[in-house]
Design a protein around this ligand. Structure first.
Ligand code: ADP
Length: 499
């Protein structure tokens, strides 16, 4: 199959959260079998050192004029069947991906409509693949003569690229192009929908008869158009696929529900970059069979953060500081937590008021708490490796990756039982040797404190049960391969529908 991922973020080149992780890892997992040709298309936000100009340019008409975009390319040597294209245009080259300290960029509709159009064109235009070798082996990269082609599945992601199915219907298929192309909308977060004022509609360069596909209470809603027009909708966990049919669809619940036959959930996997046995960022590597390296990582983390090197539980949070993540619930639980002999580490950035609360927390409890404001990938790895407990009291969480990274690193998660958190974390049941953490049901401070209480009691009093729980989490199969197989089945179905 030919599969083109079009996304606002593809790690490691661009990432603000889980979207970037998924669009970095899933294409590679799909390419691993050698059975498919895979392409990712994302913006060239800055100069990436490993990326070269393909020389291909295309003019796209949007907002009343032509815009030239250029395509740059990268291929990771470990994954030759997966090509990465980067759309170059001045509007992408800014400090932030979606906005800066003044808020979201005012031309985001233009920027992501441009990405969507460029992604479609890339599949047809940019020569990437060589002729198959005569021995049936992989094509030579030097002979990049063939584009992905028009018989393709476009896997688009969140509102940023949800215009792709609309553009196919409105511009390309009427012109006889991409007739057999299928579309899959990946729903990583239905809380962000791409809402824009109706007066911007003419800028999209499509007939006004498509307005109803975009209209949500008199505004443009890009996620809606994807939800209505994509052949299949894939939420990032089965539980989240159910939840978005109701309140967590944030106004689109009725549409998701009506698309129920075409909506499913597939839990994200974890890439090899989050493997404690090989992680280059951490003080010592370790595995489920030999956890001794984890103790060294804990000491190293305490030293790095200026915390006493004592055998107390370290509780950690790594998150975008957004009301979604429930950091406010943690702040409510703070006075209770700080009565105990423990250490708390929070790494996060985003909401300015929450950043300030993190700083105040550190001033108030200098011996026990650290609030690291900023985005720091290497520190995130060291925290996962060194902490004992990982807290995710999210209001809602489509899949969540950090609780999975935590389980891989023997760091026991305490989560709100919502979305993918409920699908991935099972509450400890020592009588049956089951469970990998704690998942509390009601989003409120007391249930959260109760779960924290159980977790701390277990850490202090029942080290054997703790270790068994760590090992169950570490030995679970969190690989992308398992999820990639499920995606493959959906792509095959989409192509058969369009054949
Ligand atoms: P979301 O996509 O809602 O942000 P996920 O749990 O799915 O949440 O993914 C978050 C990803 O972003 C993880 O890889 C996490 O480690 C990373 N991350 C979030 N905030 C930071 C930060 N301040 N520094 C480093 N990594 C971060």
């Amino acid at each position: 199959m030919n599969i083109a991922f079009i996304a606002a973020e593809v790690a490691p080149w661009s990432k603000t959260g889980g979207l970037g992780d998924v669009c970095g890892a899933l294409p590679i997992a799909l390419a691993a079998s050698g059975a498919h040709r895979i392409l990712t298309v994302s913006p060239r936000y800055k100069d990436y050192p490993d990326v070269v100009d393909t020389g291909v340019r295309v003019q796209l008409h949007l907002f009343g004029q032509n815009h030239e975009v250029r395509f740059f390319r990268a291929v990771k040597s470990a994954s030759p069947n997966c090509h990465h294209l980067f759309v170059d245009h001045p509007s992408f080259r800014r400090a932030g991906i979606y906005g800066d300290s003044n808020g979201a960029y005012g031309d985001n509709l233009f920027r992501f409509a441009l990405l969507s159009r460029a992604g479609i064109e890339a599949a047809a235009l940019v020569p990437l693949f060589g002729a198959p070798a005569s021995n049936g082996g992989p094509a030579s990269l030097e002979e990049a003569r063939f584009p992905l082609g028009e018989d393709v599945v476009f896997h688009v992601n969140d509102w940023h690229t949800a215009l792709v199915p609309l553009y196919l219907e409105a511009l390309y298929r009427p012109a006889g192009r991409f007739r057999r192309a299928g579309t899959v909308l990946g729903i990583h977060n239905a809380g962000h929908q791409g809402n824009f004022a109706a007066h911007q509609f003419p800028g999209l360069d499509i007939s006004s008869r498509w307005w109803p596909q975009l209209d949500m209470n008199g505004e443009l809603n890009l996620l809606k158009t994807g939800a209505v027009l994509a052949d299949k909708l894939i939420a990032v966990s089965p539980n989240y696929a159910r939840e978005i049919c109701g309140e967590l669809g944030f106004g689109l619940g009725g549409i998701f529900s009506a698309r129920g036959r075409d909506l499913l959930g597939i839990v994200n996997g974890v890439g090899e970059d989050w493997n404690p046995a090989t992680d280059p960022h951490i003080a010592a590597n370790f595995s489920a069979d030999d956890l001794s390296g984890k103790a060294l990582c804990k000491r190293a983390l305490q030293r790095e953060l200026g915390l006493a090197e004592r055998d107390v539980p370290i509780l950690a949070v790594i998150a975008r500081l957004d009301p979604q993540k429930g950091v406010d619930l943690l702040m409510q639980a703070l006075p209770w937590l700080m009565q105990h002999d423990l250490q708390l580490v929070i790494l996060g950035s985003g909401n300015k008021a929450l950043e300030q609360q993190m700083r105040e927390m550190e001033w108030t409890y200098p011996d026990k708490a650290r609030g690291w404001v900023g985005f720091n990938e290497a520190l995130a790895h060291r925290i996962e490796a060194g902490a004992d407990l990982f807290l995710m009291p999210s209001r809602f969480e489509p899949c969540g990756l950090n609780q999975i990274y935590s389980m891989r690193y023997g760091t026991v998660p305490v989560v709100h039982a919502t979305g993918g958190l409920a699908d991935t974390v099972e509450t400890l049941d020592p009588s049956r040797d089951r469970g990998t953490g704690w998942a509390f049901r009601h989003f409120d401070v007391q249930p959260f404190i109760d779960a924290l209480g159980w977790s701390l009691l277990t850490w202090w009093r029942f080290p054997d049960a703790w270790r068994a729980m760590q090992q169950r989490g570490m030995r679970s199969d969190w690989s992308w391969e398992r999820s990639a197989e499920r995606y493959e089945a959906v792509y095959a179905e989409v192509l058969s529908l369009r054949a």
